[in-house]
Write a protein that binds this ligand. Structure first.
Ligand code: WT7
Length: 662
């Protein structure tokens, strides 16, 4: 496929012919297990049905929800890209996630199996959840929160997080969840941007075997902001907490004196449900706005279809934090709308031991597991023998989300966690898309390690070149979404212009996702990472993901992060940071071997100029590698802002360990 390599978009071309050819070499394919396919919630017919009548398909999916007023209109696209879905319908999101399951006779079904990090556990049935959400809704009302008000939520992974979100939804308030690992500054910016009236937090949570305070960060943030009238505090650790009389309210005290009865009011489908800020590496965070009817429709449908959820028998576990969109759509809204039984875990995967996840799978008989590539690579690094000690035979579907999954990590996940039989659904989506967009269907798709494969029924995605032309099969370019979808972001909170500029101005009439992608000969989509994670080496565009996958396919490498560093001769040179597996030791021989291994796998152009073994990699709290900082190291520059790192000492570790650049 002849392509021009000039960088007309200023983003670096996404992928070169050479590198495309390399990823296309992946030829492994795994058919769905016959028994799963025979009983699958969704079959291949869904694609045909949605193809024939996309809006009709979504109108039908909206009927999974219980509406107070059924919508007659599916999509209003009269003022693109500002969409309205199911605009004349009315519903209550919390009623859909809780009450209706109780009314249907499933009140005794466990909604949440909570597993605290210290080992405490709690099972909450749908009937109990209904009471808790009702009490919390009454409490918020008592504090003066009403329809359209914003409530910030800064909590650990405890059931109250879900209860707080549902209580907001129940009274038509808009929640803005701030990840519990963020700093006071990050909380303050988000509270201010959304003009939140109430903050819901906790004294603390448990992290790596110790109580970790949360409220001090809220106190610091709130001291600078006038809009906040009350801080509601859940008692989780019981540690001493500073208290501001008149402003601070204990959650257990105020909810404890409320009635467990609360009549849910029906709101219009476009009622704002939540704002969630994206972690963006530059500029002020973007408050992504999601609304009610369309969002819940797609969260529920995709959770049903992609995980093949059977609510009577499955035990589902999504290991994300509620502070990310994955937690919103696939811990709270999707699973609860579907009446699922799920596990919620508070802590880290290595507390008190590296088998904690597998112990939880065994304890609860988890059947569907949804986690992230960064976690999977960590488990690979810890060793195959750890999951092997546990009974994982209950598992039947495995999911992945957050970044492209390297084929070798995919294979490890399938073999060591999925007994070589569980289908893996690699789900591509974003905070902005609200719900899954591209993914295999476990009972339909013959899966390919490393590919998210195909837009879900009712979703229109493709890959275009710089001039917005759709690339042919085998071609690479930018991932775009060509038709509106029910759970799409409605705008950036308070900034319609930025919404237009960021997503809708690159290619006319198409949503620009910011990801590079290619289509293989079957038309399946392979995600190549953010377009700014592309290196330009001697005029060739090489994806960081591909080089990382090549490195990880070497038996001595556990994890790899690759950056392009300015280079006089080649424009950019490839610099790779690698974490070695326990058994390997860093040596000049091994470095040479790794460079040659990449050369042999991807071609000489992709051979890293430098391979640097390190003990840790800098990651954001959502697990994304901060290549910007590694680029600073590779280019011998002073480090940029490290405040969004999970652990900023990681950078000291890296810089002190390294030889200076040649
Ligand atoms: C970006 C969105 C979706 C919830 C978690 C992240 C990357 C996400 C995949 C995947 C390849 C993926 C993309 C996307 N991404 N899932 N399955 N394969 N890349 O949400 O923080 O809004 O990040 O994550 O680059 O644009 P987010």
């Amino acid at each position: 496929m002849p392509r021009d390599t000039t960088d007309t978009l200023g983003l670096g071309e996404v992928v070169s012919n050479e590198s495309l050819a390399n990823l296309l070499r992946e030829e492994r394919k795994f058919a769905p297990p016959a028994a799963l396919a025979a009983n699958a919630n969704v079959t291949a017919a869904a694609y045909e049905q949605a193809e024939a009548d996309r809006l009709g398909f979504w109108a039908e999916q909206a009927r999974r929800l219980t509406w107070a007023t059924e919508p007659t209109e599916t999509l209003d696209w009269s003022n693109p890209p500002f969409a309205k879905w199911f605009a004349d319908g009315r519903l209550n999101v919390a009623y859909n996630c809780v009450d209706r399951h109780v009314e249907a006779g499933n009140g005794d079904r466990v909604a949440i199996h909570f597993e605290g990090e210290p080992g405490d556990s709690r099972a909450i049935t749908y009937a109990e959840l209904k009471d808790e959400v009702s009490r919390a809704a009454n409490a918020l009302t008592e504090l003066g929160v009403g329809k359209g008000d914003r409530v910030a939520v800064y909590l650990p992974m405890i059931p109250e997080a879900a209860v707080a979100m549902l209580a907001c939804a129940r009274i038509g308030a808009t929640h803005s969840v701030v990840f519990g690992g963020f700093s006071a500054d990050a909380i303050a910016t988000r509270i201010q941007d959304a003009d939140a009236k109430v903050v819901i937090t906790a004294d603390g949570g448990y992290r790596r075997g110790k109580p970790s305070a949360l409220k001090p960060a809220v106190d610091d943030a709130v001291s600078r902001i006038e809009s906040v009238e009350h801080v509601l505090v859940v008692r989780r650790t019981g540690e001493d907490t500073a208290w501001t009389e008149g402003r601070d309210v204990w959650w257990h005290e105020i909810t404890g004196r409320q009635s467990a009865e609360h009549t849910p009011e029906a709101f219009e489908a476009e009622q704002p449900l939540f704002i969630l800020y994206t972690s963006g590496t530059t500029g002020k965070p973007k408050g992504i706005l999601h609304t009610s009817g369309g969002y819940l429709t797609q969260a529920a449908y995709t959770h049903h279809a992609v995980f093949d959820l059977k609510p009577e028998t499955d035990v589902y576990w999504c290991t994300a934090d509620v502070g990310w969109v994955t937690g919103h759509s696939y811990i709270v809204y999707g699973p609860l709308a579907n009446g699922a039984t799920q596990v919620m875990y508070e802590g880290t995967p290595d507390t008190p031991h590296q088998g904690r996840f597998w112990e939880i799978v065994q304890k609860y008989g988890v059947t569907i597991l949804y986690t992230a590539p960064t976690a999977i690579r960590t488990f690979m690094k810890w060793g195959d023998d750890i999951p092997a000690k546990f009974d994982l035979s209950s598992l039947r579907v495995l999911g992945s989300v957050g970044e492209p999954i390297n084929p070798e990590a995919w294979m490890w996940y399938r073999k060591h966690i999925g007994a070589d039989t569980c289908p893996i659904v690699d789900t591509w989506w974003q905070t902005e898309t609200g719900a899954m967009m591209i993914s295999p269907l476990p009972g339909v798709t013959a899966t390919k390690p490393g590919s998210a494969q195909r837009a879900l029924p009712g979703i229109a995605a493709t890959v275009v070149d710089d001039e917005a032309n759709e690339v042919p099969d085998g071609g690479g370019g930018y991932l775009v979404l060509t038709e509106p979808w029910p759970s799409m972001l409605r705008t950036i909170w308070g900034d319609d212009q930025r919404f237009l500029d960021t997503y809708w101005s690159r290619f006319e009439g198409k949503y620009f996702a910011g990801d590079g992608a290619k289509k293989d000969e079957d038309g399946d989509v392979w995600l190549l990472g953010r377009v700014d994670d592309v290196m330009l080496v001697s005029g060739h565009n090489i994806s960081t993901t591909e080089v990382e996958s090549a490195l990880v396919s070497h038996p001595s490498v556990a994890e790899a992060a690759v950056v392009g560093a300015a280079d006089e001769t080649t424009g950019q040179a490839i610099v790779a940071f690698v974490i070695l597996r326990g058994s390997a030791t860093a040596s000049d021989e091994l470095v040479a071997e790794l460079r040659n291994h990449v050369g042999a796998t991807l071609g000489p152009i992709a051979k890293p100029k430098r391979v640097l073994p390190v003990a840790e990699l800098p990651k954001t709290r959502s697990g994304k590698i901060m290549r910007r900082l590694l680029r600073d190291v590779a280019e011998n520059r002073e480090l940029g802002d490290v405040t969004t790192l999970t652990d900023s000492s990681v950078m000291d570790l890296i810089t002190t360990q390294l030889p200076s650049a040649p």
